[in-house]
Design a protein around this ligand. Sequence first.
Ligand SMILES: O=C(O)CCC(=O)C(=O)O
Ligand SMILES: [Fe+2]
Length: 296
Amino acid sequence: MHESKDGSGQDDSGTLEAIIDTVRYPLREPRSAAWDEVVGAARAELGRDGCCVLPGFIRPDLLEELRTEGVALAPHAYYRVERVNAYNIPLDADLPPDHPGRIVLERGNAFVARDLIPPGALIQILYGSPLFRRFLADCFELPALHEFADPLAGLCLNVVSPGMSHPWHFDTNEFTVSMLTQSPDDGGIFEYCPGIRSPRAEHLDDVRAVLTGAGDELIRRLELRPGDLQLFQGRFSLHRVSPVAGDRQRHTAIFAYNERPGVIGTAERTRQLFGRVLPDHLAAAGRSVRGDRLLD
Ligand SMILES: O=C(O)CCC(=O)C(=O)O
Ligand SMILES: [Fe+2]
């Protein structure tokens, strides 16, 4: 566990220095030449295929701590195998017979919610860091990023147990930031289809091809290592974690930010993901706003 330097979260450079490889990733020097180089490379990768991996983001001497913090949290994940579709819309939605939203998948991953992650855990410190947020906003070419107001969904540990998978889906968020904290023994590969849909077009034929196993040429596979930081535009890229094999669970921290402050999940979705809702979710019901008209 690590203490935030001054508690205000404004100048967290000392804390970050202890956690991140700041030689490689100069988060303490916004707009320096080294910063511009790292951010420029990330932007280019994101522009190419909506995904960017920053290898060795966490200092190597902390990888075991990162892993054991996740291992301690994993038993608190909410487990419920759920029948879903790639769009996270109701299975009885009125869709044409050949619509890929009619293909039913089994979601066997489980999430540990933010309120169960200790304030001193490495992933919690990173999530709340203004310098980390500023760096990410610059990589995504956004003026600023805000933490979710959602007390559960802003930061999660995604747990995929042996025999389970996180099946093909689009994210509700336009982008996510994640970090593997424990690799499985086998399987559990992050697979994605860059830009398979756009804000203007669903490209249902391509999505159906991937879901039915006929779209291999549309799929890319990532070799992720614990402590690598992944930036991903998952609202337009269908993606999954393939089935995990062997004895070890696969653990990933998911850092969710938004361009707007105050974002909170719906009560229905929150209950599906975490098995509970908090008063904040009920109070926020009906206030959500969306930037596009894609499904979910
Ligand atoms: O665990 C991962 O690597 C991917 C998680 C994911 O796609 C999600 O939570 O939406
Ligand atoms: Fe996702």
